[in-house]
Design a protein around this ligand. Structure first.
Ligand SMILES: *[C@@H]1O[C@H](CO)[C@@H](O)[C@H](O)[C@H]1NC(C)=O
Ligand SMILES: *[C@@H]1O[C@H](CO)[C@@H](O)[C@H](O)[C@H]1NC(C)=O
Ligand SMILES: *[C@@H]1O[C@H](CO)[C@@H](O)[C@H](O)[C@H]1NC(C)=O
Ligand SMILES: *[C@@H]1O[C@H](CO)[C@@H](O)[C@H](O)[C@H]1NC(C)=O
Length: 330
């Protein structure tokens, strides 16, 4: 495969995985269409209750390979947590349509502002497209402390669009993420995750809209991704190992970053990080490793290979004296 074929791969990948999803259905495989659980399309009425009902039915189903289906329409979802473990070894979350976040931070009143769609404790979860997840983050960006430090009641924390926490052997493919309020896709405390054929977009000036953030996780593969956001295209946090990233087009954004690590003086272990065949264009950084001066531990066995830079401010940057505010750290 060569550098210029990302778009083609993305398209071919979508078609192939879609036809596989259709043709391998067993006669007794049960599908759970959110429409059958009361979801009304249109994107104006909150459908989170209906989605939870469909999820609970699929998750407790005794069939081998249950599939929750989001039909090709628009659905508005308030913040929601899909919890596991599920009964089946694998569970599919097939998004054919569009998921819309509430357009105002008010919908998070009394709820955890760090997340919108969260999957917790689920193994064998396959989130597949070709659907779109729209975080509609503008109202959050407009009240971010980073961009509006003098605004009374500004937010330092805004919802991550999709969060996978405590998961095993899962995948995310053929999904188009748009305008998350903060991080688009976050993987935490997971083992065995495949992310492929994703397109992630947010404006260059949107605050902290990382593409994919991985922390405390092992055995993660990211391939065939196109990411253009206001922060890191991919960022790798404390306690991660065996991460393989290839065929990624990044820009605008802050590049592919390991860190920032060891923020509160904690002991970090990061190893076996391999990044290759990445195309960076119009980014602030390229290949980056950043650690806090108070941090302890190690970052080892890291490789960045076949990286193409165009209009990148700091193509390679290793900063062992990272500080979030200039002059504020020893
Ligand atoms: C149901 O699915 C299982 C596993 O795929 C298969 O072994 C079994 O033959 C199927 N039963 C019917 C009636 O199709
Ligand atoms: C995850 O996959 C590995 C390798 O295929 C398998 O050995 C393991 O049992 C799986 N774990 C779960 C929780 O499904
Ligand atoms: C994303 O947000 C920007 C800025 O608010 C807006 O111009 C753009 O249309 C949005 N994209 C989508 C797909 O909603
Ligand atoms: C910088 O990080 C330190 C240590 O985590 C934190 O206490 C401080 O509030 C941060 N300052 C800013 C401006 O984010």
């Amino acid at each position: 495969m060569q550098g210029g074929h990302y778009f083609l791969l993305l398209l071919v990948g979508s078609l192939v995985s879609f036809s596989i999803a259709c043709s391998t259905e067993h006669a007794n495989q049960t599908t759970f269409d959110v429409g059958d659980y009361g979801a009304v399309s249109g994107g104006h009425i909150d459908d989170s209750e209906a989605f939870l009902k469909a999820w609970n039915a699929a998750c407790t189903s005794e069939t081998e390979n249950p599939t929750l289906i989001v039909p090709p329409k628009r659905f508005l979802l308030n913040p929601i947590v899909f919890s596991g473990p599920c009964r089946a070894k694998n569970i599919n979350f097939l998004i054919l349509g569009r998921l819309l976040a509430p357009d105002s931070p008010g919908a998070w009143k009394g709820l955890d502002p760090s997340q919108w769609l969260a999957f917790k404790g689920v193994s064998g979860l396959n989130i597949a497209g070709p659907g779109r997840i729209n975080g509609r983050g503008k109202a959050w960006w407009d009240q971010s402390c980073r961009d509006h430090p003098r605004l009374v009641g500004c937010s330092t924390l805004a919802p991550t669009a999709v969060k996978l926490v405590s998961c095993k052997n899962s995948s995310i493919s053929d999904i188009h993420f748009v305008n998350s309020s903060q991080t688009n896709l976050l993987i935490r405390e997971c083992d065995g995750i495949n992310i492929e054929n994703v397109l992630i977009e947010a404006p260059e000036r949107s605050p902290n809209t990382d593409g994919i953030h991985i922390s405390a996780s092992h055995n993660v593969v990211i391939t065939n991704a196109i990411i253009g956001t206001g922060d890191d295209c991919v960022s790798i946090g404390d306690h991660t190992s065996n991460i393989v990233i290839s065929y990624v087009k990044c820009g605008p954004g802050h590049g592919i970053s390991i860190g920032s690590l060891g923020r509160s003086g904690n002991f970090v272990q990061v190893e076996n990080i391999h990044v290759s065949k990445v195309n960076l264009q119009g980014t602030t950084n390229g290949a980056r490793i950043k650690t806090w001066q108070v941090g302890r531990g190690y970052v080892r066995r890291v490789s960045f290979e076949q990286i193409f830079f165009r209009s990148v401010k700091n193509p390679i940057i290793i900063d062992q004296n990272y500080c979030n505010k200039s002059g504020a750290c020893k």
